[in-house]
Write a protein that binds this ligand. Structure first.
Ligand SMILES: Nc1ncnc2c1ncn2[C@@H]1O[C@H](COP(=O)(O)OP(=O)(O)OP(=O)(O)O)[C@@H](O)[C@H]1O
Length: 577
């Protein structure tokens, strides 16, 4: 109301101002035109009198006497005063005439003045009209501006209110958002709990299935790998191979001896052309099971020169199971990294003449002992044994280099020494799942056993005899342990050798064992090969008795052409087990 009254007052003021301007302007026009007329009149009057009297005087001097002169003359005014009178009369007459003319002139001027005033009025009116129109336009603009101003004012007020209310609204929104977040977190955590429960159940189920699968397949698996005939052997006369393979069954190996064919049935037979990668493909499932907390042992068994070290260690450009296993474990645990925190530690041990040595330690010649862990867990441990934590693939190379170097420095002839000692790579994988709180610990023992040849054949004496006796003792102890475990004997003779004692944890319980029996294809190694294969089959038959899913145990019932057994004679041999 206040603003509208002030606006009306303003409008009135404007109107008054406009009217005053108009009056002033029109009166100014009138005044100026009056003055102009007056000036013109006085100018005309002066010029008129000037010319009039000038003309009169000249006429009077030359012209014949006028009526006044006639009257004068008729009055007989011949004297000078009467002349003057006449003249006065003439003048008067002239003046009257002039006055008449003046009046006419005045009237004309008056008319002209009125006309001009009229025109000025008309002009002023049209100008006023234009001004009015302008004013109307301005007023319209003002009205629209007022409307816009009103809208802006309203908007401003609205915004001001919103700004004033904003902190409260923000507080409210934050509180609501917090409540919603809490609600969602609650829902998510309950879903998480449910998922975790399912995950744990699935994990247990997976472990169960895996165990069941392994149980069905057998906790002890026996593979055989036949090494190729070397270039030197091919050049010799005794290069004929005595072994043949079944093209339809990769678990069958035929050995021909004096025209008779012996059939050996194992879990898998690798022919000489099998690559390191193909061999590893078959064992990698077993290796990765140690990530799930299983203990695994992989043994390379066979006579000297049958390819044990090649299978386990390999060569520089074609590594064996040891290096591939460590790399696989490393990549597997890296993949599981977001959920699981894993630690892989490595130890390298050599057992020579029943003496344990640390191949990664600072003093590899020092003898180590196996003791019961004082923590009361009933687990064995080796005090002072180096545990190297692997954190990168480069660490893996460093471990093998160090182990190889230490093994070489501890003996005069590495090849001979490695044939007579067991080399163990012990990999421990410990995992912790921060989401579920689950912990796992699995151990993978990769064992390159000493040569299994019989003492009688090698003709060893003295220190060599002792070496051979130690080897045979530990290999037969290994056989005994496997036999006792699979036959579920109450007593398992782990303590009969350093090897079985050290591997006690990894051989008992639901651990898994793979025996890779290495065989030479040459007839010269016939009896050793038969011995090794018999040992392998016995190990497998122990398992077969506890597994119903296996194929028939007795090789003599297989569809081989002729079957015979090889007589094993001589001193104690592991294949006598
Ligand atoms: N699968 C194979 N492919 C190619 N060469 C092989 C294979 N197996 C073994 N060899 C070769 O045969 C030779 C003997 O193998 P290796 O040293 O591994 O036998 P070993 O059983 O470990 O002997 P030792 O008991 O003396 O250690 C080596 O020169 C090795 O490179």
């Amino acid at each position: 109301t206040k603003s509208s009254s002030s606006k009306a007052a303003k409008q009135n003021t404007n109107h008054t101002r406009l009217a005053r301007t108009r009056d002033r302007w029109s009166s100014g026009v009138r005044l100026s035109s009056n003055n102009k007329i007056k000036k013109q009149k006085s100018k005309k009057r002066v010029s008129f009198f000037f010319f009039f009297y000038k003309g009169r005087l000249s006429k009077m001097e030359s012209a014949p006497p006028s009526c006044a002169a006639v009257r004068c003359s008729s009055l007989n005014l011949s004297s000078k005063p009467s002349v003057f009178m006449c003249q006065i009369l003439v003048y008067e007459g002239e003046m009257e005439r002039a006055q008449g003319q003046l009046e006419v002139e005045m009237q004309n001027l008056e008319e002209e003045k009125n006309r001009e005033i009229e025109e000025a009025f008309l002009r002023a009116e049209s100008e006023m009209k234009a001004v009015h129109e302008n004013l109307a336009g301005v007023r319209m603009k003002m009205l629209s501006l007022q409307r816009a101003l009103r809208t802006l004012t309203n908007d401003y007020k609205c915004l001001k209110r919103q700004v004033q209310d904003f902190p409260f609204m923000l507080d409210k929104a934050i509180t609501e958002a917090k409540q919603e977040i809490c609600l969602v977190i609650g829902e998510v955590s309950s879903t998480n709990q449910e998922l975790l429960r399912k995950y744990k159940r699935e994990m247990n189920l997976r472990k169960k299935c895996h165990n069941e699968l392994v149980r069905l397949k057998g906790n002890i698996r026996v593979f055989c790998r036949v090494r190729p005939v070397s270039q030197e052997e091919q050049d010799s006369t005794d290069a004929k191979t005595m072994l043949s393979f079944d093209s339809d069954d990769d678990a069958i190996l035929y050995l021909s001896n004096k025209g008779k064919i012996m059939t050996f049935e194992l879990d898998k037979v690798f022919p000489p052309q099998a690559t390191q990668e193909e061999v590893f493909q078959e064992v990698q499932a077993l290796i990765t099971s140690c990530i799930d907390g299983f203990n695994v042992c992989i043994f390379a068994y066979g006579q000297t020169g049958s390819g044990k070290t090649y299978t386990m260690e390999g060569v520089a450009d074609d590594p064996g199971i040891n290096q591939r296993a460590l790399r696989l474990l490393f990549s597997e645990v890296t993949e599981k990294a977001p959920d699981w925190d894993y630690k892989i530690s490595v130890s390298m041990v050599e057992i020579y003449n029943e003496t344990l040595r640390d191949l990664l330690g600072e003093n590899p010649t020092d003898k180590l002992d196996i003791k019961m862990n004082p923590d009361g867990s009933g687990q064995l441990y080796v005090p002072g044994l180096t545990n190297f934590t692997v954190q990168s693939p480069e660490d893996i190379n460093r471990v093998f280099e160090l182990g190889h170097m230490n093994r070489a420095t501890a003996c005069t002839n590495l090849n001979e020494h490695s044939s007579r000692s067991h080399a163990l790579l012990i990999i421990t994988v410990s995992g912790f799942n921060s989401a579920t709180g689950n912990r796992t610990q699995g151990k993978l023992n990769l064992v390159d056993l000493a040569g299994s040849e019989r003492i009688g054949k090698s003709g060893a004496e003295g220190s060599r005899l002792r070496e051979a006796q130690c080897i045979n003792k530990s290999l037969s102890a290994l056989g005994d342990v496997i036999n006792a475990l699979r036959s579920k004997h109450s007593h398992v003779p782990f303590r009969n050798s350093r090897l079985t004692y050290l591997l006690q944890d990894s051989l008992s319980g639901d651990s898994k064992t793979l025996m890779m029996v290495q065989v030479s294809p040459l007839p010269a190694n016939m009896s050793e090969s038969v011995c090794s294969l018999k040992f392998a089959q016995r190990v497998r038959s122990v398992e077969l008795s506890s597994s119903s899913s296996r194929r028939h145990e007795n090789s003599s019932t297989s569809s081989s052409p002729t079957h015979d057994s090889v007589e094993v004679t001589g001193e104690f041999c592991c294949c006598c087990w």
